[in-house]
Design a protein around this ligand. Sequence first.
Ligand code: CA
Length: 228
Amino acid sequence: MDEKILVVEDEKDIARMLDYNLKKEGYRTVLAYEGASAPLLAAKERPRLIILDLMLPGLDGLEVCRRIKFDAKTASIPIIMLTARSEESDKLVGLELGADDYVTKPFSVKELLARVKAVLRRAAAAAETPEIYRAGDLELDCSRVLALVRGKPLELTAREFELLKALMAAGGKMLSRETILDKVWGMDAALEVETRTVDVHIGTLRKKLKAEGKRIVTVKNYGYRFEK
Ligand code: CA
């Protein structure tokens, strides 16, 4: 695995316990016992993940989080915050600053390791997905959730946006109605949503895309594909 994790924690017992358990799981670790050195260490070591305690001597966890997220070199590194129950409001500030998750002390090692795995998995998936898809005059900016034609934003519903994204992300591959339902409707698909729903949404999406709508090609008795 060989993924490096930076642990910023002043309580040596907790830091040592994290160090031991992360290594046991196959991660490499870098430890910092105070906040001031953490942003520099993050920039130098480029860890895949940072576990950051909020209550730290000197520079506190929130300030560390702010500096890491404001530095382009480290902004994309996910952060899991460790908070005490009394720091509930700090937790919210931390999430607003861009921390990815938090774990409340006292925590179980098992829970923390599960969070670590989940955050790393999400980060890997995000890194694989390009942020912007383009075809002709159409541009789909996933990070801003915007669909543009010749730079002008289209008014798409969230579902239409996800539908267009699924089609464009497939890179010309045919998608069956069932696959589209699964990707775009997911859990909501349950039993009530019929495959015909896909056709209805495709229809409105095509209309909104105007000339670019022709790129959504119907594959008879199967589904759809997006033509670049
Ligand atoms: Ca602490």
